[in-house]
Ligand binder design. Structure first.
Ligand code: SF4
Length: 438
């Protein structure tokens, strides 16, 4: 049986943490299913259960607190062949409760492992939606006036067709997880365990104690016959394929000449209001007009009108699996804020990377590391919000990463009216800038 545990970042929890049992049981279940790393996506939430995606060498997605089921749904709909396993703690489950209800009533083929240890372990042992009223918890005590949520019963009431509730010490935990993954439809395994780092400092959670508490609840162990029905993804595909419902699935028809083969990485570093993300998206669109694959990742502060704005774009003639920046080919530096945010990118610059830099930005780039085009945008009447698009026109003039033909197609697709005219005018003004790479 092959293990899918990530050998370079193997599981690590507090000593005695029951999550370790769950990781091993999930690994055994996947091994018994004889699936490979590319066949599985682990989607994790926040908290100690949120580490699961790192501990497996499968596809992985680490989401926001309480939202893991939403990402998992998108992944499963886009890639129906993947086994999608979601790990959430009771903390995330309470925060994102509505997503649990949606998953239960929808019945998309996902498996949710609830790593239920009755508290928010990672953040200090606060009470969660499953904490018993008599438990002593971290900073707070109001669990004594709340009624804990019975996750399994809520799932059944919401329409889940497969629900198991068990202790992490269950001998056949791996088999239970395997059966849930094999079930075609939404399956939930509520795994009760102990958090020695927090909860168990003041509360019992021994195997015997968990077993006794589980016995107080109605047993749940697999298919829920009253909720049995067709799986959502199958119905969705049938429905979308029917004559009454048609989707506009037109893609971008590649008509421009591709300027390169292989993979190219672009990073735009600016500030809020620099239209950094728009430039990244226009570059991605331009690339698709030349038949290239494109991936874009943006980062910006939650603040409005200030703070860094970063866009990373990968273009490739091959499908893009890894979307991290390894070795940038073009870095556009338009503001100190973006530069300060992504110093790591500057450290990765090596020849023949090109840097297009607004000359007002102070930047230390050791001698031979890149070809730098210093541009005084202001001197050419190019405003703050125009600089990122102007940098794209400069790239097109340099010619080997993106071409004017590609940009024209993207502009006609994405812009119209006065915005399109203004972009064309900007291109004319950019053409006055000399291309002197240092
Ligand atoms: S805080 Fe609790 S749940 Fe988190 S790793 Fe430690 S023992 Fe496990």
């Amino acid at each position: 049986m092959n293990s899918l545990i990530n050998q370079s970042r193997p599981p690590m929890f507090c000593p005695g943490c029951s999550h370790d049992r769950s990781v091993r049981a999930l690994d055994r279940a996947l091994g018994n299913l004889q699936v490979g790393p590319a066949d599985v996506a682990i989607v994790s939430d926040i908290g100690c259960s949120g580490l699961f995606d790192v501990f497996f060498s499968t596809h992985a997605f680490h989401g926001l607190h309480g939202r893991a089921l939403t990402y998992a749904a998108g992944i499963k709909l886009a890639q129906p062949g993947l086994k999608v396993v979601v790990t959430m703690g009771d903390g995330g489950l309470g925060i994102g409760g509505a997503h649990l209800l949606a998953a239960c009533r929808r019945n998309l083929d996902l498996t949710l492992l609830v790593l239920n240890n009755f508290n928010f372990g990672m953040t200090g042992g606060q009470f969660s939606c499953t904490t018993p009223p008599e438990a002593g918890v971290g900073p707070g005590f109001l669990n004594c006036v709340e009624r804990p949520m019975d996750v399994g019963s809520v799932a059944v009431a919401a329409g889940a067709p497969y629900v198991t509730r068990c202790s992490v010490h269950e001998k056949d935990l791996a088999a239970k997880i395997q059966a849930a993954i094999e079930f075609e439809g939404f399956s939930l395994v509520d795994i009760w365990g102990g958090c020695p780092g927090r909860y168990m400092k003041r509360n019992p959670a021994s195997p015997e104690h968990l077993e006794a508490r589980l016995k107080e609840l109605p047993p749940l162990d697999g298919p829920v016959s009253k909720n049995s029905r067709q799986e959502y993804g199958r119905r969705y595909r049938e429905y979308c394929g029917s004559a009454e419902f048609t989707l506009d699935t037109r893609g971008i028809e590649p008509r421009a000449v591709r300027p390169f083969s292989g993979r190219r990485e672009f990073v735009f570093l600016g500030a809020a209001g620099d239209r950094i993300q728009s430039a990244g998206s226009l570059l991605a669109s331009a690339a698709m007009h030349a038949g290239l694959h494109a991936a874009q990742k943006n980062e910006y502060n939650i603040t409005v009108l200030r703070g860094p704005s970063v866009s990373e774009v990968i273009l490739s003639t091959e499908a893009i699996d890894y979307t991290g920046i390894e070795c940038p080919d073009v870095v556009v530096v338009l503001a100190e804020e973006g530069l300060g945010r992504r110093k790591d990118v500057i450290e990765k610059i090596s020849p023949p990377c090109r840097v297009i830099r607004d000359s007002s930005v102070e930047m230390n780039l050791p001698g031979e590391q890149a070809h730098v085009l210093d541009v005084n945008f202001k001197a050419y009447g190019i405003k703050k919000e125009e600089k990122a698009l102007s940098a794209l026109f400069l790239m097109a003039r340099l010619g080997d990463m993106v071409t004017n033909e590609m940009l024209d197609m993207a502009l006609s697709e994405e812009y119209s009216g006065a915005r399109l005219e203004s972009a064309k005018d900007l291109r004319n003004r950019t053409s006055d800038i000399p291309l002197q790479l240092s």
